[in-house]
Design a protein around this ligand. Structure first.
Ligand SMILES: Cc1cc2nc3c(=O)[nH]c(=O)nc-3n(C[C@H](O)[C@H](O)[C@H](O)COP(=O)(O)OP(=O)(O)OC[C@H]3O[C@@H](n4cnc5c(N)ncnc54)[C@H](O)[C@@H]3O)c2cc1C
Length: 349
């Protein structure tokens, strides 16, 4: 709030800032860090880390600059694939972990409002409605769920590598796009992709590459109506609403960029969700692929109390990339806990 977020996030159960306001909030947080004596360096990637007998000795920036450091906090996010590879090659203890992948689904917001509010839908005193849905496949026990539901939002491009397509979602503060979107994710575990540390990351990359190809190799995303998806057809553009994925979309068969265990679970989940929110599986609802980055595909092992990486003194993995948090709040709290753990061990009060 001090950095410019709306006052009501102090008390709302589901606080919302909105991407438009968040841009300014992040800028203000950066200014505060600088005012307090911190430095923010853009275009500066830690490309290597030097380890000695005692642990961390230095980091290398952009392959050329060496910075002496015996304590380094690594808040690299869940998509720093090159950095994960670098850490693994330096012998940092890491392990594969479960995560989830799937698609984004879009409906008209008025449709979700009607399903949730009944005849009160459209009352100006009611906020745009959201939903949270979960499903467990009775045969396999595998779960599917809605995630990062964005009322009045947009499906956005979230790839971080060339020749890959990744979806995500966002809303501006006013949530007034008229379209509701949410990720529909299916649980994925090392049993699906192997115990090798970066095997989950490799599966993410494979699906993102398939989605890129299916979208026409020009960063358009593949889309399929729920009707087509459930009937095993593709090509229909009879959408309930205009797809919001801004680079553009191409009608395709999402079965071609998702493994069977994901499409089969979604095939069971959609009719189930339709019973919770009548019309959720409307034939014209749009699914856009692929949503692969819900949380980190691996974990950097660390001590529970000290937050120090196993067998690498001085290295503090934190935030979502460490593999113990998911989402803004838990990633931020994880970072605060790592900082406090360091202070408790090293600073005399
Ligand atoms: C479109 C979108 C919408 C989202 N909406 C929500 C939401 O509504 N609510 C929610 O809770 N979460 C949301 N999330 C997830 C949220 O953004 C993340 O959970 C959160 O940002 C994780 O914070 P973090 O600081 O751990 O990592 P990040 O925010 O990913 O930051 C990691 C940083 O480290 C940098 N980095 C990586 N490697 C290196 C290196 N080697 N050297 C230097 N720098 C490096 C990266 O460039 C990046 O700037 C959304 C994500 C996306 C993409």
């Amino acid at each position: 709030v001090a950095a410019g977020a709306p006052e009501e996030i102090r008390y709302l159960h589901k606080p919302h800032i909105g991407t438009d306001i968040l841009r300014e909030v992040v800028r203000n947080i950066r200014k505060e860090i600088i005012r307090l004596g911190g430095t923010v360096r853009f275009g500066a990637q830690v490309t290597d880390i030097e380890l000695g007998e005692e642990g961390v000795e230095a980091v290398i920036v952009n392959d050329e600059e060496r910075i002496d450091a015996d304590v380094v906090f690594f808040g690299i996010g869940h998509s720093a694939r090159d950095t994960y590879r670098m850490l693994l090659s330096r012998g940092v203890a890491m392990e594969a972990k479960p995560f989830a992948m799937g698609v984004r689904i879009e409906h008209p917001q008025s449709f979700i409002d009607r399903a949730q509010y009944g005849e009160d839908a459209g009352n100006p005193r009611l906020p745009v409605a959201d939903y949270a849905l979960t499903y467990k496949d009775p045969a396999t026990g595998r779960g599917a769920y809605s995630f990062c539901m964005c009322p009045g939002g947009f499906v956005v491009a979230a790839a971080s590598e060339k020749e890959r397509v990744v979806t995500n979602g966002m809303s501006n503060y006013r949530r007034d796009s008229g379209i509701a979107n949410s990720a529909l994710l299916v649980q994925v575990a090392p049993a699906d992709f192997g115990q090798e540390v970066l095997a989950g990351m490799a599966l993410q990359q494979e699906l993102e590459g398939l989605a890129f190809a299916l979208g026409g190799r020009d960063y358009f995303a593949p889309v399929q109506t729920v009707g087509d998806f459930l009937k095993g057809r593709s090509g229909s553009t009879d959408f309930l609403t205009k797809p919001t994925y801004a680079p553009g979309v191409r009608a395709a068969d999402l079965h071609r960029c998702l493994p069977d265990f994901i499409t089969k679970t979604l095939t069971g989940a959609l009719p189930y969700f339709d019973r919770k929110i009548p019309g959720f599986a409307d034939a014209g609802a749009i699914m856009t692929g692929v949503e692969t980055r819900s949380s980190a595909p691996c974990r950097i092992r660390r001590d529970r109390e000290t937050f120090v990486a196993e067998a690498t003194p001085g290295l503090y993995p934190m935030g979502e990339g460490a593999g113990y948090a998911g989402g803004i709040m838990s990633a931020a709290v994880d970072g605060m806990k790592a900082a406090l753990a360091f202070l408790h061990q090293n600073v005399q009060y």
